[in-house]
Design a binder for this molecule. Structure first.
Ligand SMILES: *Cc1c(COP(=O)(O)O)cnc(C)c1O
Length: 401
């Protein structure tokens, strides 16, 4: 419940959310902390991405895939009944309506297309709850690539349905038995595996984390969320730009993509973390998975395990750009508890007929709290990204309700 991030009056920052500085730096965060062979592989990805992103042909192909396969653009839905109850005007950017049910498909289609352009025939990915694994398996099937997905043994037990979905889509799922046998270990293992396979495989990271260029590249693939929402707000809102822009933060990709569309406006940007996975609010400077950022650590500097009811927020760190936006005071980061998120999920289901992913429910829980506590003044306009649908969470919810 504590809010520990500094706050300054938001100023439109054209410089914020542009390209990172040399060697992938966002302020003092980011970078490329990896073994020599991976530094070279990252350099190749960086070069290929820069070229592709400047190529209207690549952009056109990706835009078409996003339209005909993933169902973009996603709508901006006014949450009418909930808005009335809260006294603010809440709009939801509906990433839950994309193919496979979350924003992850935006990034994965971009990276899969890039892999094809680089002549790679296989995607390597890590996954926690399986959402990024399923999206990767989906994009691989669509483009005729192979997919190898690393997943902690404990997560495999907990997420049997997503493991089946990945295998159904033709992916190989490799159990990771080291460490806590969850996402952090699966990521380490995927990176190790990439070392021996950089010639024919692309490592498809699932959030704005990892070595440069991933934090920047993944944000660019996700900025479609913010860019679409910006145009939709301009058409829908009397003021054109919302007063507040809100998104949940695990590694931070849906939030980064959302914020990118509004960084140069006066909108106040809020990232909502899980109380037990609050990389920005509780993390300390460290290096993990090739990147310098904020991570949950014990007194010896060991990375500790995150705990959240929302599997997608169960990462012990946050992408480097969020740490930088926090330092700049351009975005503010807050936390909510599991219980608040569950209550928010139920409330959205019953007022708007939408069952959100528990990750997205965190963002909504903060909106509900802030509207009630006066932090969101009556009548403000709020644009919130609904990162995914709640189908994957119904068994968790069933246990609790
Ligand atoms: C993975 C996931 C998240 C968290 O990832 P970010 O990189 O922080 O966006 C949030 N919502 C859903 C639905 C997810 O699947």
């Amino acid at each position: 419940m504590r809010d520990v991030s500094p706050w300054r009056e938001p100023v439109p920052l054209d410089g914020a959310m542009g390209e990172p500085r040399a060697r992938g730096r966002f302020g003092e965060y980011g970078g490329r902390y990896a073994p020599e062979s991976l530094v070279e592989a990252c350099r190749e990805v960086d070069e290929a991405f820069r070229e592709a992103w400047a190529d209207p042909g690549f952009r056109g192909t990706l835009a078409r895939l996003l339209a005909v396969h993933a169902g973009r653009p996603t709508p901006l839905t006014p949450a009418r009944r909930l808005s009335e109850a809260l006294g603010v005007q809440l709009y939801l950017k509906r990433e839950d309506l994309t193919h496979t049910g979350s924003h992850k498909i935006n990034n994965v289609l971009g990276q899969a297309l890039l892999a094809t352009r680089m002549g790679r025939r296989r995607l390597i990915a890590e996954t926690g709850a399986g959402q990024h694994g399923v999206a990767t398996a989906t994009a691989a099937a669509l483009l005729g690539l192979e997919a190898t997905v690393f997943m902690g043994e404990r997560d495999i037990e907990r997420q049997a349905l997503n493991v089946f979905r990945m295998r159904m889509l033709g992916a190989e799922v490799i159990p990771v038995t080291t460490g806590s046998r969850t996402l952090k270990d699966a990521t380490s293992e995927a990176m190790r595996h990439w070392v021996g396979a950089t010639g024919d495989s692309h490592y498809c990271i699932g959030s704005v984390v990892g070595p440069d260029p991933y934090p920047w590249m993944v944000r660019e693939f996700q900025r479609i969320i913010g860019d679409e929402a910006r145009v939709q707000c301009a058409a829908e809102l009397r003021t054109g730009v919302p007063d507040y822009v809100v998104a949940c933060v695990g590694g931070g990709s849906n939030a980064a993509g959302t914020f990118a569309g509004f960084a140069d406006t006066p909108a106040r940007l809020f990232g909502v973390e899980a109380e037990g996975g609050a990389g920005v609010a509780r993390g300390r400077l460290g290096v993990l998975h090739g990147c310098r950022s904020l991570f949950l650590q014990d007194d010896d500097g060991q990375i500790t395990q995150a705990h959240s009811i929302a599997a997608g927020l169960d990462y012990p760190g946050v992408g480097p750009e969020h740490a930088h936006l926090r330092d700049l005071g351009r975005a503010r980061y807050v936390t909510v508890t599991d219980a608040e998120a569950v209550a928010a999920a139920v409330r959205l289901a019953r007022t708007e007929g939408i069952v959100p992913a528990l990750e997205s429910a965190h963002a909504l829980a903060w909106v509900i709290r802030a509207a009630g506590g006066g932090e969101l003044p009556a009548g403000s306009t709020v644009m919130m990204t609904l990162s995914g649908r709640g189908d994957k969470d119904v068994s968790t919810l069933k246990e609790l309700l």
